[in-house]
Design a protein around this ligand. Sequence first.
Ligand code: PHE
Length: 360
Amino acid sequence: MDTIATLRGKYLEQISAAPDADALETVRLAALGKKGEISLKMRELGQMSAEERQSAGPALNALKTEVDAALKARKSALEDAALDARLKSEWLDVTLPGRPRPMGTIHPISQVMDELTAIFADMGFSVAEGPQIESDWYNFDALNIAPEHPARQEHDTFFMHRADGDNRPPHVLRTHTSPVQIRAMQDQGAPIRVIAPGRVYRMDMDQTHTPMFHQVEGLAIDRDISMAQLKWTLEEFCRAFFEVDEVELRFRASHFPFTEPSAEVDIRCSWEGGQLKIGEGKDWLEILGSGMVHPKVLQAGGIDPNEWQGFAFGLGIDRIAMLKYGIPDLRAFFESDLRWLRHYGFASLDQPSLAAGLSR
Ligand code: PHE
């Protein structure tokens, strides 16, 4: 049949000439689509006589199969060519050196907070938190510092503003971490063992004072806690924190409204050749305030002082960070000088843990 040969020649030629997938699809529709030339020819078979059909049927079927195969072959050849072109244009030189990314450092204060949290966690203390803007009651009254108490003046407090006509006592920027004692007692009751590291504020600014600094509060309440456990806990802490085998602490009688008796604690050290050594020498350095929690403070925290007793301490974090890492000036902590941060900061993977070098 002449037409079959013509159709075959025409479509095979168009298929091999199709430049891309779209063109190829157009050829496919023209030949084998619903209204395609070959499809229509096959539909005509129905009107043919039996003899005509006998020769035309197989010839048309063969044509359809051949065109179909040619379409598929051309399609995969076009896809291969497209992939080759992409591979040629989208190459990447994996031997090029990477772009350097500046690495930040962990601030010594954060590092020291992590260190002391790990040490106290090992002794069974969990971390408690409280707000930095604190009510007058939590910061003072609940800690047995009545409104007329002279300690209020000593605290150099920052007061928040109240709206005009609001005569309630203004909130304060907490002057110590001790209000967290009250909050923790209210939340958890007794027995309790918590530390509360955080920021505190006092209106004070010179070489050794900044208006914002850091303390960690400690609180342990149980039925039979005494000053002896306070002393042991602080000694254990100092040994682990300063990574020395022996430390010597000196308890000096002192006064805080929220503890009775109260003691300020000094650590034995030497300053030979401008180099500080903890645990030896003739000098003493004050590092914290402490004492047995005052019954009125237990009461304010909702704990019965006839049943429970305990110790509390408050330690200056900035101070012990300076001591441990030989940082001479407190104010530099808060100046955000990149050179200082790179020098004194810690690698982010330098995670403190008792297993990773904090000796006990
Ligand atoms: N809050 C005291 C201060 O800031 C420290 C302290 C805490 C003393 C707990 C005794 C008990 O100076």
